[in-house]
Design a protein around this ligand. Structure first.
Ligand SMILES: [Zn+2]
Length: 197
């Protein structure tokens, strides 16, 4: 399915596009309110300025997607992969981001200091703690408690790696680089209660 077919079918009243393959599609400015795009492949898709309010994007693949200024108010993004996505100016109020893991995400990867106590934040951390400001402390605490551990025993928190993991469950595995053994391998993601500061 290409972008044009998706929009035509949406305009004809269809809403269920689960698992659709729309990798690299140009959907900038498209109106797709309440569409079901769960598990859709939207890697590298241009969704800038698109209207995805209350859309279901559960477990959607959004690696490298452009979500600049996208309306995602009330959207479901649980388990979505937003690695490397550009979320600059995206509207995420009341969006459900449970279980979304975004290590090193967003195009704006620069870091900045935050309040002088938390040290450097990655772009994705700055973005999510700003959007979800009332939960900023909780996001940081969760992300520090979720650890990624290499088979060699080296362990770092998701937060230390520049990512966030918040309100998530389960112990997924992630393909990651280990600074200790200097190799890419599957890391175990697991919860180790972060000691209070
Ligand atoms: Zn290692």
């Amino acid at each position: 399915m290409d972008a044009q077919e998706l929009v035509e079918r949406y305009n004809a009243g269809e809403r269920d596009f689960g698992s659709a393959d729309l990798a690299g599609a140009d959907l900038s400015g498209a109106v797709l309110c309440e569409a079901n795009l769960s598990e859709a492949n939207l890697n590298e898709a241009d969704l800038s300025g698109a209207d995805l309010r209350r859309a279901c994007l559960d477990r959607a693949h959004l690696n490298g997607a452009n979500l600049e200024g996208t309306f995602l108010n009330g959207a479901y993004l649980s388990g979505a992969n937003l690695t490397g996505a550009n979320l600059e100016g995206a509207r995420l109020h009341h969006a459900d981001l449970r279980g979304a893991t975004m290590p090193g995400g967003t195009a704006e990867g620069g870091s900045t200091s935050h309040g002088g106590t938390s040290g450097k934040l990655s772009g994705v951390q700055r973005f999510f703690t700003a959007v979800l400001f009332p939960f900023a402390d909780s996001i940081e605490r969760h992300s520090r408690s979720w650890r990624m551990t290499c088979a060699c025993g080296h362990s770092t928190s998701i937060w230390e790696r520049g990512g966030i993991r918040w309100l998530a469950a389960g112990e997924p595995r992630r393909w990651a680089f280990c600074a200790s053994c200097g190799a890419w391998s599957w890391h175990r993601v697991h919860w180790v209660e972060c000691p209070p500061n």
